[in-house]
Design a protein around this ligand. Structure first.
Ligand code: CMC
Length: 427
């Protein structure tokens, strides 16, 4: 018999069904709580609330585990490719060779943007932040594909998903090119997903661009590590925006806006800026002291996580990749020494131990991206590019879920009770 939790309220006892997933903690089904008891639950920041059922990603924050459809992130990062992971997130299974080939070729054939979209870039200041451009241009895609996106049709949803995954590198690379005043590079479909992105970003029309396999592999791994992270803030934003039945391109733009914040995806940019500001290992104690000072708003960027209370498994792979990339590219960046030293000092500090603050995915990613040649302002745009796969997978899952409803949280009202309007001359 299914388990039930009991709550006592106002002298009545109510039973709440307990739901079990395949792994992880059980959840109390409170859907009928208000109808039966007349009360709501209070959970700002959703620290104890499961908002959906999902088969895509599983995290055990205490054990430092991250699985996509059951596969551990370190195995995926080391052995698979971003295209495989994108397929896995969308379909729930790893592709066979033929399916992977077909999927990669489908994505490749959606990489071009409508020529009219180029006009949107021209409207931005040259120094616009790439994330501002990404929000605008991805949102604008909704104007190009609105009539061809019937979200109740699984096939059309899949085409929209492929379009988004395919066009994101083009959009991000164009944001970068625009900031430099260099010509936009059209996609080259003979290259891999990452190789094409690198060429569109760092190539120029008068010269052939040769993709460096070390950089290509490192970027592919970074994309895998950022591909999905269950119900994080930007993914929940995409789900909430989409729950009204809105256009997916507009909803992904909402996700990009949320990701931009320094507490979320914007932390990779903020972390590298912080490491550069620290500059040398001797200055680390000063910043550690600031991070611990309650009166100082400063936080160690790239540290801490809502769910991981043990090491972020993505950070482990990221640290190893950073060492590998710097070594293979022969880059000697003191910022990496600062990062390693800061990590060691923080991990031994009582404050960080007690609060279970560990490096997260964003702590080392900036070091790698900087070594590859990306300016810090592009870091979060790269995160958005990769996370688009997770966003579209979660969006598809939500739309096809029969339990899906428009997202509509309730509130604990603390304003004035009803009162009569007073004409302005009597106030
Ligand atoms: N440096 C110093 N103190 C910290 C930090 C930090 N980076 N993170 C959390 N704390 C302290 C915080 O002050 C609080 O202390 P107290 O209990 O005394 O008030 C305690 O630890 C718990 O923090 P919280 O803000 O209540 O925890 P949260 O789960 O709401 O926030 C977080 C998680 C990631 C927003 C936060 O750790 C943070 O701001 N980290 C820095 C930004 C960052 O690196 N973000 C990237 C997250 S991973 C990638 C992604 O999600 O996009």
């Amino acid at each position: 018999m299914a388990e039930t939790a009991k709550i006592e309220f106002n002298g009545h006892s109510f039973g709440l069904p307990v739901l079990s997933g395949s792994v992880g903690p059980d959840v109390l089904d409170i859907r009928d709580l208000h109808a039966e008891c007349g009360i709501f639950t209070y959970d700002p920041g959703f620290t104890s609330t499961a908002a959906c059922r999902s088969k895509i990603t599983y995290i055990d924050g205490d054990e430092g585990v991250l699985l996509h459809a059951g596969y551990p992130i370190d195995q995926l990062a080391e052995q698979s490719s971003f295209m495989e992971v994108a397929y896995l997130l969308l379909n729930g299974e790893l592709p066979g060779a033929a399916a992977l080939d077909k999927f990669s070729s489908t994505i490749t054939r959606h990489t071009m943007l409508h020529e009219q979209l180029i006009q949107f870039y021209r409207g931005f200041r040259r120094d616009a932040h790439p994330m501002a451009i990404m929000c605008g241009v991805v949102g604008a895609l909704s104007a190009f594909y609105h009539d061809s996106t019937d979200i109740s049709d699984g096939y059309q949803r899949m085409v929209a998903s492929h379009r988004l995954i395919a066009k994101m590198p083009t959009i991000a690379a164009m944001a970068y090119k625009y900031s430099l005043g260099q010509p936009f590079m059209y996609p080259d479909n003979s290259l891999s997903y990452v190789g094409n992105f690198l060429r569109m970003t760092f190539g120029v029309p008068p010269e052939p661009y040769v993709v460096d396999p070390i950089v290509e592999r490192a970027m592919d791994r970074i994309f895998i590590l950022h591909a999905d992270h269950e119900q994080n803030a930007s993914t929940s934003t995409v789900r909430l925006a989409s729950s009204s039945g809105a256009n997916p391109f507009a909803c992904i733009a909402a996700g990009i806006a949320c990701l931009w914040g320094p507490a979320h995806g914007g932390a990779n940019e903020a972390a590298l800026n912080m490491l550069r500001q620290i500059g040398k290992p001797e200055r680390i104690p000063e910043y550690i002291a600031r991070a611990k000072d309650k009166d100082d708003p400063f936080r160690l960027m790239g540290f801490g996580h809502r769910v991981y209370k043990n090491y972020d498994p993505r950070a482990k792979v990221m640290q190893a990749t950073a060492a590998e990339v710097l070594d293979k590219l022969g880059v000697d960046d003191p910022v990496f020494d600062v990062a390693r030293e800061l990590e060691q000092i923080a991990l031994k500090d009582e404050y960080f131990i007690e609060k279970k603050l560990y490096p997260n995915v964003d702590f080392y990613s900036g070091v790698i991206l900087s070594a590859i040649g990306f300016p810090t302002t592009m870091f979060t745009a790269l995160f958005a590019l990769a996370r688009t796969t997770g966003w579209v997978a979660q969006w598809n899952e939500m739309i096809s879920d029969p339990e899906q409803k428009i997202g509509r949280p309730r509130q604990l009202y603390t304003g004035p009770a009803q009162r009569d309007y007073v004409p302005v001359e009597q106030r």
